[in-house]
Design a protein around this ligand. Structure first.
Ligand SMILES: [Zn+2]
Length: 294
């Protein structure tokens, strides 16, 4: 039976540690199917979607929105994902079809597919200006890059693990990850204990291969540090696009361009970047849109 995707939010060491873990197979498979991504791109996008789902629920407001954008010099060129505070994520790769040789360990080579670049984390939490944190990619494997972001932009010492396993038919077998963070009041003892523990734990890939749930993952890492599971939140790949929203986007490009489309005499097709849904507009519909643009 396939488990539905969810995030677990927990604390440990009486609030000195906060922790998140996610199982995200369906989310990543939906992204793969929507964008027809190659295996290495599925893994890259899947890791970022899994991280974003956990970072999304760290935000408090109903309308808060997190965007993580990677821009890099490898063949994929970049990724964009967004997450809300309710566990909904969506995203895409700039080049979804990249195929490159595996790395020296025989694994899909996410680092080479992305290459060197910059990661921007944009949090729109209802303030006048969104918060933007920008860091360089340190390994381009994504988990390390998110860890580095937390350390340098948010000054929160963190441990991040992310993994996506592929089936032989290139669908997603398993996906998930964790984020463990030290709170400002963490004692030296707890910091030392957690550091030692993080050095000993299995890789996320191994945990997923062993069928570990988010609860199992947190238990494995924090089981002897008074782990307290607070909440379970469903997560999914979800896009809020609609024909109405696309119509508003067409209106915004202006009368002149809409008139040109009408003069071409053909229906137009607009794809949503995030979920690849196609919207078509007939010439008649374009004429109605032109009226609204006046
Ligand atoms: Zn969409």
């Amino acid at each position: 039976m396939v488990m539905k995707d969810y995030i677990v939010r927990a604390t440990a060491a009486h609030g000195q540690i906060r922790a998140f873990a996610v199982t995200s197979r369906d989310t990543v498979e939906k992204a793969r199917a929507a964008h027809n991504t190659s295996p290495v791109v599925t893994v890259a996008l899947g890791r970022l979607l899994s991280a974003a789902s956990m970072m999304g629920i760290m935000m408090k407001g109903d309308d808060d929105l997190l965007t993580i954008k990677i821009e890099s010099n490898g063949p994929v060129e970049g990724l964009t994902v967004t997450a809300d505070s309710k566990g909904r994520v969506k995203g895409y790769a700039f080049n979804p079809n990249v195929i490159i040789p595996n790395n020296s360990k025989g694994q899909l080579d996410v680092a080479s597919a992305l290459g060197l670049g910059v990661m921007s984390v944009i949090k729109d939490i209802g303030l006048k200006e969104p918060y933007v944190g920008q860091t360089i990619l340190v390994t381009s494997e994504i988990a390390d890059d998110i860890t580095y972001y937390f350390a340098t932009s948010e000054q929160v010492p963190s441990s991040v693990g992310l993994g996506v396993l592929m089936n032989k038919d290139n669908t997603v077998e398993q996906a998930g990850g964790f984020i463990i963070q030290l709170m400002p009041d963490a004692s030296e003892d707890i910091i030392d204990k957690l550091e030692k523990r993080i050095g000993e734990i299995k890789s996320v890939t191994e945990m997923l291969e062993n069928g570990m749930t988010p609860e199992n993952i947190l238990e494995h890492i924090l089981g002897d540090m008074d782990l307290d599971v607070l909440e379970t939140i469903p997560t999914e790949f979800y896009c809020n696009c609609s024909k109405d929203r696309v119509e508003k986007a067409i209106i915004s490009i202006g009368k002149k361009d809409i008139q040109e489309m009408i003069d071409d005499g053909k229906e137009i097709e607009v794809n949503c970047h995030f979920c690849n849904t196609k919207y078509t507009f007939s010439v008649e519909e374009l004429k109605d849109i032109l009226e609204k643009a006046r």
